[in-house]
Design a protein around this ligand. Structure first.
Ligand code: ISE
Length: 336
């Protein structure tokens, strides 16, 4: 049994506690930490009576009964927890993003490489989604030739007033940044952002919608419509156009309902429904991999690549120019 400690008991943290406690085999939550006591209490209540509560994440990380840690705090707080957990030699599942700056990502990579152990898996759950995997398998089959273009939409029904323009990249498009790079097996080299007409549902600090454009080393062009106040649902689409065919990711299947001279098909309203199985599968795989001593999912290096791509997009939001994406170092052997 893998004894897990969860740092951060907000909505996402509690979702992971529930998943590990009720739907994952081979792991249990033995400790939680949150600076806000009420949240820690809520998290512990899901895990059960034996769950310890810590205020300070360092105490949780260094609890000898904790084999592995989940880091589910806000992105800016990840770096300290990551470095502490690496120093303690604990296996880590870190929600996206790895860190909020490329510099911090490099510090984490340096610490993990120096530790000599593969410890970190990053929570990019879309790599575990059935639809994306079907598209990837078809691409790999070779029946459709090389990918040339990828069209994506990432629509949320609405966001709060604390969500601003850069978050369209760092919180939202970050998913396409990782999953498309994984899907086509190619690194991004440049980024640009277009600003269409602004929706009346946006606010002063948020320009919504945006179109993010990325180009890969091999010249694949990716366009991602990020529209976070679309009002109608959580709508994720992806189509890869290849030399010999175009592959569109399937949606979850819902019945077509005919009523009053209309046909209606449900779409999801949030990511927890749309990616329910992907979240469960990524955590189950991470637990299964722990027994083998490997990290099978996205690594700290993937987190770094996502961070420099996000930085270029955020810069492009300001400059309105095409911005280069250049890693500060070659991929270390450790991650190959
Ligand atoms: C949120 O953090 C997510 O991860 C969702 O998948 C994304 O759709 C949303 O825009 C983000 O705020």
């Amino acid at each position: 049994m893998l004894n897990v400690g969860v740092i951060g008991c907000g909505g996402m943290g509690r979702s992971h506690i529930d998943r590990i406690t009720n739907r994952t085999t081979g792991a249990q939550v033995v400790a939680v930490a949150d600076m806000v006591d009420a949240l820690a209490q809520k998290g512990a209540a899901i895990a059960g009576e034996a769950c310890k509560i810590y205020k300070d994440e360092k105490d949780l990380i260094n609890d000898p009964n904790v084999d592995a840690v989940f880091i589910v705090t806000p992105g800016f707080a990840h770096v300290n927890a990551l470095l502490e957990a690496i120093a303690a030699g604990k296996r880590i599942f870190c929600e996206k993003p790895l860190c909020t700056t490329a510099e911090d990502c490099l510090k984490v990579i340096d610490a993990e490489v120096k530790s000599g152990k593969h410890l970190i898996q990053l929570g990019f759950m879309r790599r575990y989604d059935k639809g994306y995997n079907q598209v990837k398998d078809l691409l790999k089959s070779g029946n459709y030739g090389e990918p040339l273009m990828v069209h994506c939409t990432h629509r949320n029904p609405e966001v709060g007033t604390n969500y601003d323009t850069p978050m369209a990249v760092t919180d939202t498009a970050i998913h396409e940044i990782d999953v498309i790079h994984w899907l086509v097996g190619d690194d991004f080299v440049s980024a640009q952002v277009l600003f269409p007409r602004k929706t009346k549902y946006s606010h002063e600090k948020l320009y919504d919608p945006q179109i993010m454009l990325l180009r890969t080393k091999n010249g694949i062009c990716v366009d991602d419509e990020v529209f976070v106040n679309c009002k109608f649902g959580y709508d994720i689409n992806c189509e890869v156009v290849c030399e010999d065919g175009a592959i569109k990711m399937p949606h979850l299947s819902y019945p077509d309902i005919r009523k009053a001279a209309h046909v209606a098909t449900e779409i999801e309203n949030d990511c927890f429904v749309r990616f329910h199985d992907a979240y469960d599968d990524e955590v189950q795989a991470w637990v299964d991999d722990a027994a083998k001593g490997i990290i099978g999912g996205p690594t700290a290096w993937d987190g770094y690549l996502a961070a420099i791509t996000a930085d270029a997009l955020v810069k492009a939001q300001e400059t309105r120019q095409i911005e280069p994406i250049e890693p500060a170092m070659e991929k270390p052997e450790f991650y190959k």
